[in-house]
Write a protein that binds this ligand. Structure first.
Ligand code: IPE
Ligand code: IPE
Ligand code: MG
Length: 247
C-alpha cells in the first residue's frame, strides 16, 4: 500500500540518479556487471511504479558523458544492457502508449553504437496524449554538454540572422535542451551515499529539491520512492520568494 501525499503536494517530474550498482555487487562478491543488470531491473520497476502513482515525467540517469572513463569491458556491459532494454521497449512501444507512457532517450546519442542509435530513435513515438507520462532515459548525457549544444544551436540561429542576441532569454535556452517542453524536475533522487549531481540536469535542477540516501540503486524499491516523495512534500519551496507563513 503506497503512502503518498495529496495530489497537490506530489512532484510532477522526478529525476533519478541510478548510482551504487558497483558497490552493491562488490558487497555481494559479484562482478560489477551483476550490479548493472540488477539496476536495470529496478529501473523498469520504478518506472512502472512512477506511472501507477501518476507522475507526469521521470528522468533516469543511466550513463554520463564522463562514464566513458570506465574500463572498456564495463562500458560494453552497460551498452549491451541499454540495447536489451531498448529492444524490449521498442517491441512494446504501442502497448506502452496505450498505457499512457512515452519513452525518450536523451543525451548525445551520436556517440553510441549504431544499433543503439537506431533503437533510441525507434522507441520514441510522437506524443498523442498530452496527459501521458514521459520517461527520459539519459544515455551519454551530461548537463554541461547539453548546455554547450544549446549554445551552439542558438549561435547558428544568430549567424543565420533568425535570432538577435538581445532576444535570447532563459526560455530560448530551455527550448534547446533535451528536456524542452517538460517541467523542470521537482525532485532529484540520488541513492548510493554520494552528495552530488554528477552533471545531471545542470540547467533544469536550479530549483529542484534534492533527496539523498545511502541505499544502493539495485536495492531501491517503490517504498523508497514513496519515502522520497513524502520528504519532498514537507519541503518549503520558496523559489526565492517568501514562505506562505511569512506573507
Ligand atoms: C551507477 O552505478 C551506474 C553508472 C554510473 C553507469 P556505479 O557503477 O557508478 O556504481 P558505484 O558508484 O561504483 O557503486
Ligand atoms: C553518476 O554516477 C552517473 C550515473 C548514475 C549514470 P557516477 O558513479 O558516474 O558518478 P560519480 O563519478 O560518483 O560522480
Ligand atoms: Mg557511481
Amino acid at each position: 500500500m503506497s503512502n503518498l501525499p495529496p495530489k497537490e503536494f506530489m512532484p510532477k517530474h522526478v529525476g533519478l540518479i541510478m548510482d551504487g550498482n558497483g558497490r552493491w555487487a562488490r558487497e555481494r562478491g559479484l562482478d560489477r556487471s551483476a550490479g548493472h543488470a540488477e539496476g536495470a531491473k529496478v529501473m523498469k520497476r520504478i518506472m512502472d511504479y512512477g506511472h501507477d502513482i501518476g507522475l507526469s515525467a521521470m528522468t533516469f540517469y543511466a550513463f554520463s558523458t564522463e562514464n566513458w572513463k570506465r574500463p572498456q569491458h564495463e562500458v560494453d556491459v552497460l551498452m549491451d544492457l541499454f540495447k536489451d532494454y531498448l529492444k524490449e521497449a521498442d517491441e512494446t512501444k504501442y502497448e506502452r502508449e496505450k498505457r499512457g507512457f512515452y519513452l525518450r532517450v536523451i543525451g548525445d546519442i551520436s556517440a553510441l553504437p549504431l544499433e543503439l542509435q537506431l533503437l533510441a530513435k525507434s522507441v520514441q513515438l510522437v506524443m498523442k496524449d498530452k496527459s501521458a507520462m514521459v520517461v527520459n532515459l539519459a544515455i551519454n548525457y551530461g548537463g554541461q554538454q547539453e548546455i554547450t549544444r544549446a549554445c551552439r544551436q542558438i549561435a547558428e540561429e544568430v549567424k543565420k540572422g533568425k535570432l538577435s542576441p538581445k532576444d535570447i532569454t532563459e526560455e530560448t535556452i530551455e527550448s534547446h535542451l533535451y528536456t524542452a517542453g517538460l517541467p523542470a524536475p521537482d525532485l532529484i533522487i540520488r541513492p548510493s551515499g554520494e552528495l552530488r549531481l554528477s552533471n545531471f540536469l545542470t540547467w533544469q535542477s536550479a530549483y529542484s529539491e534534492l533527496w539523498f540516501d545511502n541505499i544502493a540503486w539495485p536495492d531501491f524499491t517503490p517504498d523508497d520512492l514513496d519515502r522520497a516523495i513524502m520528504d519532498y512534500a514537507k519541503r518549503d519551496r520558496r523559489f526565492g520568494g517568501l514562505s506562505e507563513k511569512d506573507h
